[in-house]
Design a protein around this ligand. Sequence first.
Ligand SMILES: *Cc1c(COP(=O)(O)O)cnc(C)c1O
Length: 403
Amino acid sequence: MQETAKQIFDKDAKDYLPVFNRYKIVVDHGEGVYTYDNEGNKYIDFLAGIAVNVLGHNYKPLVNAISEQAAKVIHISNLYYTQAQADAASKLVKLSGLNRAFFCNSGAEANEGAMKIARKFAHNIDKEKSQIITAWNSFHGRTLATLTATGQPHYQEGYEPLPGGFDYVHYNDIEELEKTMNDKTCAVMLETIQGEGGVYPPKNDYFKKVRELCDKYKALLILDEIQCGIGRSGKFFAYENYGIKPDIVTLAKGLAGGVPIGAFIVTEEVAAAFKPGDHGTTFGGNPLACAAANVVLDTIPNKEFLTNVVEVGDYFKGALVGLKAKYSTLIADVRGEGLLLGAELTNQNKLSGVEIVNECMKRGAIINCTVGKVLRFIPPLIITKEHVDEVIKILDEVLKMSL
Ligand SMILES: *Cc1c(COP(=O)(O)O)cnc(C)c1O
């Protein structure tokens, strides 16, 4: 039975575990860059299911691939081979310049697997080589190990005792990293561009120096590209922008265009740390998820596709810089790469970040605010300049109210 929005809000309030602060929309369907609620309202969607719907909604080749695969076989476990999984792994290996891929179901699981293989690898060198260094302000997931890796104490409070062996440094501070590393460092895990923490790209040669330090201490460099990968930065992998290669890269979010999936990809040397039985998953890399991933992997790495991300991203960033000039007391900074952009609010706004998001929603635009003060834009990668104009016009109206 189709219920009204009010009935669904009430049902959720009564029966769902209350961990989400939800916006008051019941989503009915989507088409391209637009999302429609069950009362017929239309929204231009610049959040894309939190950087997941990279090809937008109802992208026909994706819908067809999922439907065709579902009619053949949805799931069979990793005790058997499938064409879809073998294809998706080969594509990721080719694109990454690394050697072996593993599929799981989420970002947290991808990072969890990356840390597990890093520990095995390091312990083969030295049983005490356990230290994992991550960055303050990072986000790596919600399992016990990944929330420990996440350098934001509010995600950790109440879950103690936390897994041991973690240390934190400030992202972009190479001296602090150097002081924190030693022969017992197992891995350095960083988002190539910090996302949830407020959209912080790396300084010019930061990653070149991180790579050098990892090589010096025989520590593995794990890059979390769950949010900034899959073409969002303008390159398929964000690390391609900085002239380095990690030992392990993790992906999830956009990798299957909305079907749950995660992956980590490693060098041959790292791969050798795992023997059959050392890691596993029931659902991970099932043919349904991999059929969806194959469409994403056949579409996004194309030159024209990525050129559009760069061009529309530059145009969008330029428009946000224009708003910063117009509302210089309200916007402190505009930053990001490609279609991972942030506009940091000053404390002189009459409206809070969440109120700005809500006012945009009332006017038909879905955007996001992270860490309370950074408007974050992570739209589908298929947007055009016209879509950007539409959102900028609404933001302009809302910022006027915030003066
Ligand atoms: C979203 C995110 C994760 C966690 O992914 P889940 O699928 O929610 O577990 C990890 N790292 C980064 C950078 C993310 O943006």
